[in-house]
Design a protein around this ligand. Sequence first.
Ligand SMILES: NC(=O)c1ccc[n+]([C@@H]2O[C@H](COP(=O)([O-])OP(=O)(O)OC[C@H]3O[C@@H](n4cnc5c(N)ncnc54)[C@H](OP(=O)(O)O)[C@@H]3O)[C@@H](O)[C@H]2O)c1
Length: 283
Amino acid sequence: MIAVTGASGKLGHWVIQHLLKKVPASQIVAIVRNPAKAEDLKKLGVSVRKGDYDQADSWSQALEGISRLLLISSSEVGKRHTQHETVIQAAKKAQVRHIAYTSILKADVSSLILAKEHLATEQSLRQSGIPFTLLRNGWYLENHTENLAPALEYGAIHGAAKDGKFSSASRSDFAQAAATVLTSEGHENKVYELAGDTSFTLSELADAVSKKANKSVSYQDHSFEDFKKILMQVGLPEGFAAILADSDVGASKGELHSDSKDLSKLINRPTTPLAEALQAAIK
Ligand SMILES: NC(=O)c1ccc[n+]([C@@H]2O[C@H](COP(=O)([O-])OP(=O)(O)OC[C@H]3O[C@@H](n4cnc5c(N)ncnc54)[C@H](OP(=O)(O)O)[C@@H]3O)[C@@H](O)[C@H]2O)c1
């Protein structure tokens, strides 16, 4: 049996979709913290079990009979390493044979604030003795394309990435790679740097948005502090604004860029191009 944690999230949904193309629904378990949010997954025929990263006692039942597990990193920055450790320890007790974990691009050398908890989780996995696969995911294309309404209204994309390149790929691309690792052999104790085949700067993103929307959109670069303030002005909490601004500063140093072709090799096709993601986002 194959299980996916955080299955009610956006990436989790994509992973379940891709798993269903490879194995029968009866072999798939979607682990979610709130089963009421997983009615759509139940309708696909997969089993739904409760597993909350904050409730250690929820995991023995959640992981019963599971041989392969995808641990999707928690969305609660600051609590993540402890939460992931809870799942890893439970997986050890449940004799899970293989854990794949959604980490971050270049986790071992990245200066991004976000990388710290991912690296700590990678270390916990190595220490657990459970065979693992590190899926070091780059940025989602959707981070660039999901919230374009203000950019289109005001004609500007704001950031702090200077001319740093993003090798972003779609959630579906990353999910398909995870499904491949969960359903095929030879991935144990491997580290995959997962990045899009092509890369772009935020100026190039603005140009592509302009072209697609037939409207002038330019990229405006800011300092960390100024970009953080802009993000707070549009309603983001300070902590989250700081993380996003820090990630852009990291991108300016190349932390979200990679020439690795691990992703297209795992999914056996080119990764989703920016133009295709914009096509879906701008109607
Ligand atoms: N590579 C990137 O660009 C990027 C961008 C954003 C995030 N991420 C990371 O990738 C992960 C997956 O991305 P996503 O787009 O699928 O995010 P998402 O839609 O926010 O999904 C996060 C999932 O984590 C679950 N979760 C949060 N706290 C939990 C807890 N205490 N116990 C059990 N489950 C918990 C959520 O459950 P509920 O449905 O109940 O809330 C949800 O299923 C994120 O959590 C984050 O670590 C990566």
